[in-house]
Design a protein around this ligand. Structure first.
Ligand code: FES
Length: 111
């Protein structure tokens, strides 16, 4: 999944709990904002295991794990994906050990 060098991935959980909180609309909005952006790819993800904190969006390889994402956060996430600052207010919701596990899986190329 992460075969492209120097690519930044915006991974949007599309599993049941995140979808129930609007993850489909968040993914669509991110795709619209980042369409044509070189080196940035928006992709669905099966589940990050932080279902109660969704909708969840991960920027990789940045290692940013955004939780409780709302449509109103999409502009800031898109700006980060384009090289802007991380969105600190969205990084506080998820257990650090779970974040580490997810990033280990992503580092290993597991999807
Ligand atoms: S349903 Fe989104 S993290 Fe599990």
């Amino acid at each position: 999944m992460f075969e492209q060098e120097k690519a930044r991935f915006v991974l949007v959980c599309q599993n049941v709990d995140c979808l129930a909180r609007g993850a489909d609309k968040i993914m669509q909005a991110l795709e619209e904002r980042l369409s044509g952006e070189e080196g940035v790819e928006v992709k669905p993800y099966m589940c990050f295991g932080a279902c109660q904190d969704g909708p969840n969006v991960v920027l990789y390889p940045d290692r940013s794990f955004y939780s409780h994402v709302q449509l109103s956060d999409v502009d800031d996430i898109a700006a980060h994906a384009k090289g802007g600052p991380a969105v600190a207010r969205l990084e506080e919701g998820v257990d650090p050990s779970l974040k580490s596990l997810i990033f280990e899986l992503l580092d290993a190329g597991l999807v």
